[in-house]
Write a protein that binds this ligand. Structure first.
Ligand code: SF4
Ligand code: SF4
Length: 69
């Protein structure tokens, strides 16, 4: 299965739960800060997302949307 995610960077508080949840290690903090002073999570350039939704399920701030092909 192929998938991708969209992250609402303004909702992200950099708790890093999603980075641990992603078995494919697709997620990392961005270099830039959001308006609240956190480094929001981004999908790595070489990400291999399968749309499993573990990241979105664990996110306490509902910052991640998952899309599957
Ligand atoms: S949907 Fe699954 S594979 Fe894709 S980034 Fe989230 S946890 Fe990783
Ligand atoms: S789990 Fe949600 S709030 Fe925490 S780092 Fe990931 S996207 Fe940000």
């Amino acid at each position: 299965m192929k998938g991708t995610i969209k992250i609402n960077s303004e909702l992200c508080k950099e708790c890093l739960l999603c980075t641990v949840a992603c078995k494919k290690e697709n997620l990392q903090p961005a270099g830039e800060l959001n308006s609240k002073g956190f480094h929001p999570i981004i999908l790595k350039a070489d990400a291999d997302c399968n749309g499993c939704a573990l990241c979105a399920t664990i996110c306490p701030d509902i910052a991640i949307e998952v899309y599957r092909e």
